[in-house]
Design a protein around this ligand. Structure first.
Ligand code: NDP
Ligand code: MG
Length: 397
C-alpha cells in the first residue's frame, strides 16, 4: 500500500461512525478523512472536524449546518460545511474519495450509499437497510460500476472471512457452486432472550436499548431486542453472498464470541471469533485484503469458558419469522418490512406503542400491501413511502 486513502464517513456521529474514526486515527499513515456527515448532532460533528480536519462536513438538517458553520469558523477550522441530501451524495461520490463508510441508519442511507456505489468506490456497508430495501438494484449497481462492497455487519464480515477468497465465483454462480452447504448466522438473542414472554408487553425503550453484549445506536438495539435485526441480516446475507434464505440458518449464541459460521459440503465448519467490538470488522474491511491493528483486546477464551447454541423461539421473536417470510417472498416485501419496522420502532421509542406491537404493525402492513418486482429505485421508494404511511395510520388508530 502506498498512497494514503481518502475516506468519507457517512453517519460519522453514530456508533459505527465513532468506531470508524477510532480505527482511522490509529493509522494516520494509511488513511485521511475527506468528509464527515451526520443528521443534526452538530456539536459531536464539530469535535470530530477539529480532530480529523476533513475537507467537508455535511449535515442533513439546515439549522444544524448553520450552527456547525459558526462553531468551526469560531475555532479557526477550515472544513467546508454543506447541507442536505445532495451534499451527502456529493461527498460519497467525490473524485478524491477512495473509501466510503456507509453508516447512516435506516432507509435514509440508501441514496448516499448508492451514490458511492455508482462512483465505483470501495464501500464499507454498515447500513444494512439499504441492501434490504433495494438488494437487486444495489448489487447490480456494484457490478456495473466496479465498486467493491465489503460487509461491516459483524456476522457478514465473519461470513466473508470464512468464505473462499475467489469471490467472483460465488457472486456469479451462487454459494453452492463454491462447496458451501449453509451459512450459520449467529444471534445473541438480545436483552429479552430469557424474559417471560408475558412480560414483553411492558418492556421500556431503555430496557430494549440495553444490549447485553454490544453498544449500538437505538434503532439497531431495538431491532436486536425484537430479532428483526437478524431478519434484516438474513436478507442482507442473501444479497451479499448470492444465496437463498433456505441456505441460511439462524442460531442463538448468547456469548457473541462466534460472529457467524460457514459450513462446507465436506462437513468443515469455519467460524470467525473475536470480542464483540465493531472495530474488528471495521479494521478488517478498511485494510482488506491486508490486516491492521484495530485497538480491540485479545479474545480471552479461557475467561469466555463456554459457547452455547440454541434455536430461536418464534413465539418470543415473531419479527424474525416475518422477516424470513419477506425474504422468501422477495420483490418489494423486504422494503415494506423495513419501512414498517422503522416507523414502528420510532413509535416504540416515543412510547406511542408497546414493544410487542412492533411485530403487529409489521405483520399488518405486510399482509395489506402486496409485493411487486422492483424495476427501478423509484419503485422501491414508492413501496417504502406507502408502507410508512400505512404503518403511521395503524399506529395512529
Ligand atoms: P446511530 O444511530 O448510532 O448513528 C446513525 C448515524 O446516522 C448518525 O451519524 C446520525 O446522525 C446519522 N443519521 C441518522 N438519520 C439520518 C438522516 N436522515 N440523514 C443523514 N444522516 C442520518 O446508528 P449505528 O451507528 O448504530 O448504526 C448505523 C448503521 O450501521 C445502521 O444501519 C445499523 O443497522 C448498522 N450496524 C450498526 C452496528 C452497531 O454496532 N452500531 C452493527 C452492525 C450494523 P445524528 O448523530 O446527527 O443523528
Ligand atoms: Mg449484526
Amino acid at each position: 500500500m502506498s498512497a494514503i486513502q481518502s475516506i468519507t464517513v457517512l453517519g460519522a456521529t453514530g456508533s459505527i461512525g465513532v468506531s470508524t474514526l477510532d480505527v482511522i486515527a490509529r493509522h494516520a499513515e494509511r488513511y485521511k478523512v475527506f468528509a464527515l456527515t451526520a443528521d443534526r448532532r452538530w456539536q459531536v460533528l464539530a469535535t470530530q472536524c477539529l480532530i480529523h480536519q476533513p475537507q467537508y462536513a455535511v449535515l442533513k438538517d439546515p439549522a444544524s449546518a448553520r450552527e456547525l458553520e459558526l462553531e468551526l469558523r469560531r475555532q479557526g477550522c477550515t472544513t467546508e460545511v454543506l447541507q442536505g441530501d445532495e451534499a451527502l451524495a456529493q461527498v460519497a461520490a467525490d473524485k478524491q474519495v477512495d473509501v466510503v463508510m456507509a453508516a447512516i441508519v435506516g432507509a435514509a442511507g440508501l441514496l448516499p450509499t448508492l451514490a458511492a456505489v455508482k462512483a465505483g468506490k470501495k464501500v464499507l456497508l454498515a447500513n444494512k437497510e439499504a441492501l434490504v430495501m433495494a438488494g437487486g438494484l444495489f448489487t447490480r449497481a456494484v457490478a456495473q460500476h466496479g465498486a467493491v462492497l465489503l460487509p461491516i455487519d459483524s456476522e457478514h464480515n465473519a461470513i466473508f472471512q470464512c468464505l473462499p477468497n475467489h469471490r467472483a465465483d460465488y457472486l456469479a454462480d451462487g454459494l453452492k457452486s463454491s462447496g458451501v452447504r449453509k451459512i450459520l448466522l449467529t444471534a445473541s438473542g438480545g436483552p429479552f432472550r430469557n424474559t417471560p414472554i408475558s412480560d414483553l408487553a411492558q418492556v421500556t425503550p431503555e430496557q430494549a436499548c440495553a444490549h447485553p453484549n454490544w453498544s449500538m445506536g437505538q434503532k439497531i438495539s431495538v431491532d436486536s431486542a425484537t430479532m428483526l435485526n437478524k431478519g434484516l441480516e438474513l436478507i442482507e446475507a442473501c444479497w451479499l453472498f448470492n444465496t437463498l434464505p433456505q441456505q441460511v440458518q439462524v442460531v442463538i449464541h448468547p456469548q457473541s464470541v462466534i460472529h457467524s459460521m460457514v459450513e462446507y459440503i465436506d462437513g468443515s465448519v469455519l467460524a470467525q471469533l473475536g470480542n464483540p467490538d465493531m472495530r474488528t470488522p471495521i479494521a478488517h474491511a478498511l485494510a482488506w485484503p491486508e490486516r491492521i491493528e484495530s485497538g480491540v483486546a485479545s479474545l480471552d477464551l479461557i475467561a469466555t469458558a463456554r459457547l452455547d447454541f440454541t434455536t430461536p423461539d418464534y413465539a418470543r421473536f415473531p419479527c424474525l419469522r416475518l422477516a424470513q417470510q419477506a425474504a422468501e417472498v422477495s420483490g418489494t416485501a423486504p422494503a415494506i418490512l423495513n419501512a414498517a419496522n422503522e416507523v414502528a420502532v420510532a413509535a416504540f421509542l416515543q412510547r406511542r406503542i408497546r414493544f410487542d406491537q412492533i411485530a403487529v404493525v409489521i405483520d399488518q402492513v405486510l399482509s395489506r400491501l402486496s409485493s411487486t418486482e422492483p424495476h427501478d429505485l423509484a419503485h422501491v421508494q414508492a413501496a417504502d413511502v406507502e408502507a410508512r404511511s400505512l404503518a403511521q395510520q395503524l399506529i395512529a388508530s
